[in-house]
Structures are given as C-alpha cells and as structure tokens.
Ligand binder design. Structure first.
Ligand SMILES: *[C@@H]1O[C@H](CO)[C@@H](O)[C@H](O)[C@H]1NC(C)=O
Ligand SMILES: *[C@@H]1O[C@H](CO)[C@@H](O)[C@H](O)[C@H]1NC(C)=O
Ligand SMILES: *[C@@H]1O[C@H](CO)[C@@H](O)[C@H](O)[C@H]1NC(C)=O
Ligand SMILES: *[C@@H]1O[C@H](CO)[C@@H](O)[C@H](O)[C@H]1NC(C)=O
Ligand SMILES: *[C@@H]1O[C@H](CO)[C@@H](O)[C@H](O)[C@H]1NC(C)=O
Ligand SMILES: *[C@@H]1O[C@H](CO)[C@@H](O)[C@H](O)[C@H]1NC(C)=O
Ligand SMILES: *[C@@H]1O[C@H](CO)[C@@H](O)[C@H](O)[C@H]1NC(C)=O
Length: 534
C-alpha cells in the first residue's frame, strides 16, 4: 500500500476559507530545545505539584495533546529549517548544523511560514534560537520576521562570564584584546566550529540586526526572553493586524542556566529548575495574552526541536521512555536522545491550544510531524503555500477540529542526523505502526550508552523493524522471517520509492556551507571574545 496521504494531501491542498482583517487568528509557536518527550508532565499525568511543566500541562488540559508527534530531524538546524519550511532537509538544503560563522544559512529561495504570513499582512516576531544563518539576507529579520531578539545559535557555541551548568563545561570568556601576535592554536581564539569546544568566543544577543550584549548573561536570558515576548504581545493590543510570534527557547540545551528565583523550585534538581523557568515563560505569555483580550483568537502550538542531549542516567528530569536494549547495543540511544534516529531523538512533547476552537482535554495518537504546522496554519490563515515545490508536512485541521485520526498509511522519514553516511539521508522510515532502521550507530558525536558502551555504525540491508505501537521502546525487532515483517517491509520500501521519486521531481535547494570569520556576530572585533565592553 502506498502511503499516499503523506504527500498528495498537500498537492490537493486548497485554500479553505479566505478571511480578512482582524478576524484572522494569531499564531504563537513555542519551540523548546532538546526537550524529551518525558519532560512534559502531562505525558505522565503527573499531579500539578510533581510536574515541572505546570503551565504547559494546563495548555494540554485546555487543548489537544499529541503522543506520537515527531520533530523533522534529530538535530537542531535541520529540525528548525523543516519546521519553518514544511520540507525535509533533503529538499530545503539544511541537512546539518549551520555554523555561527556561516556565510549562508537557510537558502533564500526556500520560504518560511513567517514570510508567507508577513506577506499576508501579519505582524511577525521571533524571540530565541534561530540557528539558520546570521549573515545579511540569512538573518531572521530577512526571513519574514519584523522583530528578532535572541541568541541565534546554541548556548554551547561560545562562552559567558558566568558559565552555564553541565556538559560541556566552559571557562569564563577571555578578557584579552586582540594582539598583533597570532593567537592561532589557542583553543579560546577564533575557532569557527559550532558545538565543538569553541570556548573563547562570547555568546551574542541580538535585537533586530544589532548585537546588544556579548557575552550575554545565560542565567538571565530567559528573563529577557520573557520580557520581550510580553512587550511584543502588548504592542499588538491596539493593532488591527493579526500576529505570528515564534518563540524558540534556549532551554533545555546544555549548558543550562536559570534565574535565581527558580533555584530548588523542582524536586528534579538543576534540570528541573531550568525546565520550570522555561515553563514559566509560557505562563507569562498566556497571562499577557489573556490580559490583552486575545486568548480566544490565538492558536498556540508547543513542541521541541529534538530529543534530549542526555537521558535518564544523568538527569532525573529528562527521561524519555523510548530507550530500549537495541539502542544500547547499536549505540545511539543509551545516554543520548538527540542525534539518533531512535524515538528518543525525534518523538517530542507536543500540544495545541485554542479555546473555543479546539475542544479541551483531547489526546491524539495521530502520527504527526512538526512539518505539519506550516500547511495547517496556512489553511487556518487562508493563505496559499509557497508555489513551485512539494511539502512533507500535511494540513492536519481535520485532526484538530474534525476528530480525525491520521495513522495507518502515514509515512514519516527521520533523516540521518549524526550517523556515518550522508547527513539528511532518509535511512529511518515510519509507516503507520512500523518503524524501520537501515542505519544504526553514530560517529558524529559518539555517544556512550548508560553503561559506557558505544555501538558500531551498522548498515542493515534488511532493516530492523519495530512495532512502535506495542514496542515504543524499540526493544525487540520483528523476526525477519515472519509474515508481519515481510508485510511491513513491503510498505516501507514502497514509501521510500515514493518519496525518492517525489524528491527527484521536486525543486530542491543546496545550502552554502562556507564559513568566514567576519560572518560571526561580533560586538567589538578588537576583543578576542568580541566583548561589547572591556
Ligand atoms: C554577508 O552578507 C553580505 C550581505 O548579504 C554579503 O555582502 C557578504 O558578502 C556576506 N559575507 C560574506 C563573508 O560572504
Ligand atoms: C526592530 O525592528 C522593528 C521593525 O523594523 C522596529 O519596529 C523596532 O523598533 C526595532 N527594535 C529595535 C529595538 O531596534
Ligand atoms: C535580567 O533581564 C531582565 C529583563 O530583561 C532585566 O530587567 C534585568 O535587569 C536583568 N538582570 C540582570 C542581572 O541583568
Ligand atoms: C538548594 O538546595 C541545595 C541542596 O539541598 C542547598 O544546598 C541550597 O542551599 C539550596 N539553595 C537555596 C537558594 O535554597
Ligand atoms: C519547479 O519550479 C518551476 C519554476 O521554476 C515550476 O515550473 C515547476 O512546476 C516546479 N516544480 C514543482 C514540483 O513544483
Ligand atoms: C524467527 O522465526 C523463525 C521461524 O519461526 C525461527 O525459526 C527463528 O528462530 C526466529 N528467529 C529469532 C531470532 O527469533
Ligand atoms: C532554489 O534555487 C536553486 C538554484 O537556482 C534551484 O535549483 C531550486 O530549484 C530552487 N528551489 C526552489 C524551491 O525553488
């Protein structure tokens, strides 16, 4: 059976209703960083007092929570590029992390939902982590957002004066001025890599095009994000324009840091305190939305970019349930969630809240993707999707408003986000309840399992296939001689043939991966660390 619903639904896309003026709804898209499925209290039915996400739990209770909802990749930039474009990295060009010194970023002929809504008259703002290029035209201000405030990449891409907690440990930023003596070879000087020990470069904080703080204060960053989201919402109060606000939190990416008022608020230690701080911004946003009288006309989404850096062994709070023995054997899931094609890498907490429109208290096990958000909000706003390309996301308004379940026949492709081989390749396929892994193990950032084991990189010409419905921990692959395996394999192979043909007939884009020191956001080039002040 062909998984036709994945792709043809968008080809058949029609603009359902064209509404105008202030009747058009507002959209808030809340996007956590490295949050595990298990970090959302509502996913465990935890009592309010035991949950570190009371505000998100309240939104789940008042709206629809998804239990089988997937990030588009298991790593940051590709997941974000796909969220914004509704297309997999193999189409939009972003198949790996965009370095902070990148000349390019998300290719300019790829179109974000912010560009589409902005062109349709929405007021648009982004607060938080962009990670899709900073230079010139690639800056968020040129990708559909009227306003931008945030750390544009990950908090481990540079130093701060008071280092954050947990791996990787960091030194405070150097205070040196640039000297005429070459400092090359010094680990804290001019390294152009992201995420790999670039300790010398100070983390920048942008407002619009301007670096307003460098190094930023990681411990106060969420307070600043809360202030800017609230300011933006208040500014919309007297405007006729509908708005889109995309909030991409720095939390729960390591190194962690949080404001002092959250210390010991959680029983789950430092991780829990930080999670509470992130959840608290959600509370600030919702109370502001109520105060300005726009709650009923605003659709709020929440999900995360990929699974957690570390699962369970180190952090009590970060315990996605999807860790099985095969993950330990094949290395990739034992202690690490993100980067891997296992469920811990991409199955995310997710919910949508819209009082009066989405019935409260619903839980959906539809098989969905973060890429579905773009086609869905486009339908709701009455705008057309960008022309001349195909999409991996589908319009899910019937799930939200019509009680529909999308499951059998839906195909999702989890791109290679760290294994050997080519980043972005579709080596992991989900069709309905079955999930096939052709490539296991990883060599990008070899991750030890909890017991210290690392698995070899292995290609399985007959893939491991799991029944995710009955075995979400991916603990026992189906017996390859069984009729169930053969039937599942047939559907999976058909899904792969279908999408590879679709991609071959699509307009796809290649990104520019060159780096250039001058492209790295820098407040003051006279300082080694680019400090704004001495
Ligand atoms: C950065 O972007 C600007 C404006 O688009 C461009 O002129 C410049 O060449 C870019 N920098 C590099 C190093 O490519
Ligand atoms: C950011 O840009 C927007 C749109 O141009 C402008 O309205 C706003 O004043 C700017 N904010 C700052 C702090 O520069
Ligand atoms: C933290 O950020 C808030 C909001 O921007 C600001 O009011 C406060 O002064 C900041 N605190 C510190 C210590 O920088
Ligand atoms: C938080 O808890 C730790 C461990 O119990 C304790 O040492 C510390 O003093 C507490 N901090 C505050 C601000 O209450
Ligand atoms: C690709 O773009 C061209 C125009 O540049 C357009 O004619 C063609 O239909 C597009 N292909 C798809 C699959 O949309
Ligand atoms: C798979 O099933 C076959 C046929 O029932 C059986 O002989 C074989 O032992 C099974 N293999 C495993 C690994 O369980
Ligand atoms: C983007 O531009 C490239 C190069 O011109 C082209 O090959 C590709 O089809 C374009 N992609 C889309 C989605 O239009």
């Amino acid at each position: 059976m062909l998984p036709t619903s994945t792709l043809t639904a968008v080809t058949l896309f029609t603009v359902v209703s064209v509404v105008t003026g202030d009747e058009r709804p507002n959209f808030i898209i809340l996007f956590a960083d490295d949050m595990a499925w298990g970090d959302l209290g509502a996913n465990w039915n935890l009592p309010k007092t035991a949950s570190d996400t009371p505000n998100l739990d309240e939104l789940s209770e008042g709206g629809m929570r998804f239990t089988d909802f997937h990030a588009a990749a298991s790593i940051c930039s590709p997941s974000r590029a796909s969220l914004l474009t509704g297309r997999l990295g193999i189409r939009n060009g972003i198949t790996q992390l965009v370095p902070s010194a990148a000349v390019g970023g998300l290719p300019l002929n790829e179109t974000t939902f912010a560009e589409v809504l902005h062109d349709a008259g929405y007021s648009t703002a982004m607060i938080g982590k962009w990670h899709l290029g900073n230079n010139g035209s690639f800056h968020p201000i040129n990708r559909g957002f009227d306003y931008y405030f945030g750390l544009p990449f990950s908090p481990d891409s540079g130093c701060t004066d008071v280092p954050g907690r947990d791996i990787p440990s960091r030194n405070p930023c150097p205070k040196d001025l640039r000297s005429s003596t070459p400092l090359s070879g010094r680990s804290d000087y001019d390294s152009f890599e992201d995420c790999t020990g670039n300790s010398g470069y100070a983390l920048p904080l942008y407002e619009n095009y301007t670096v307003v703080e460098q190094p930023l204060d990681l411990w106060n960053l969420s307070a600043s994000y809360a202030e800017k989201t609230v300011n933006f919402l208040k500014q919309t109060q007297n405007s006729d324009k509908p708005f889109l606000m995309y909030v991409a939190f720095t939390h729960m990416h390591v190194p962690l840091g949080h404001g002092s008022k959250f210390t010991n608020m959680s029983v789950n230690g430092f991780f829990g305190d930080t999670l509470r701080e992130m959840d608290n911004i959600v509370g600030d946003i919702m109370s502001t939305l109520r105060a300005i009288g726009k709650e009923d006309n605003t659709m709020v989404w929440f999900t995360s970019d990929n699974g957690p850096w570390v699962i369970k062994c180190q952090y009590a709070g970060s315990q996605g349930p999807y860790i099985g023995k095969w993950q330990e054997i094949y290395g990739g899931g034992g202690s690490t969630g993100k980067l891997t094609p296992w469920e811990a890498g991409h199955r995310e907490p997710a919910l949508v809240y819209w009082p009066g429109r989405i019935k409260p208290g619903q839980v959906s096990d539809s098989l969905l993707s973060a890429m579905d958000i773009f086609p869905t909000i486009a339908t709701i706003a009455g705008v057309a999707m960008p022309a001349n390309r195909k999409f991996d996301g589908i319009d899910i308004t019937e799930v939200l408003f019509g009680g529909k379940r999308i499951y059998d026949g839906r195909a999702l492709f989890h791109p290679n986000s760290a294994s050997s081989g080519t980043m972005g390749d579709l080596n992991t396929v989900r069709v309905g309840r079955y999930k096939a892994l052709y490539l296991t193990g990883q060599d990008f950032a070899p991750a030890a399992a909890c017991g210290g084991k690392t698995g070899p990189v292995q290609w399985h010409s007959l893939p491991l296939i799991f029944n995710i419905d009955t075995d979400p921990a991916e603990s026992s692959p189906l017996n390859q001689t069984s009729a169930e395996y053969k039937a599942a394999l047939g559907n999976i192979q058909n899904a792969l043939i279908f999408i590879m043909d679709d991609i071959a007939n699509d307009n796809t884009t290649i990104a520019n991966w060159n780096t250039e020191p001058s492209c790295k956001p820098c407040c003051n080039p006279n300082h080694v660390a680019c400090r704004c002040k001495d």
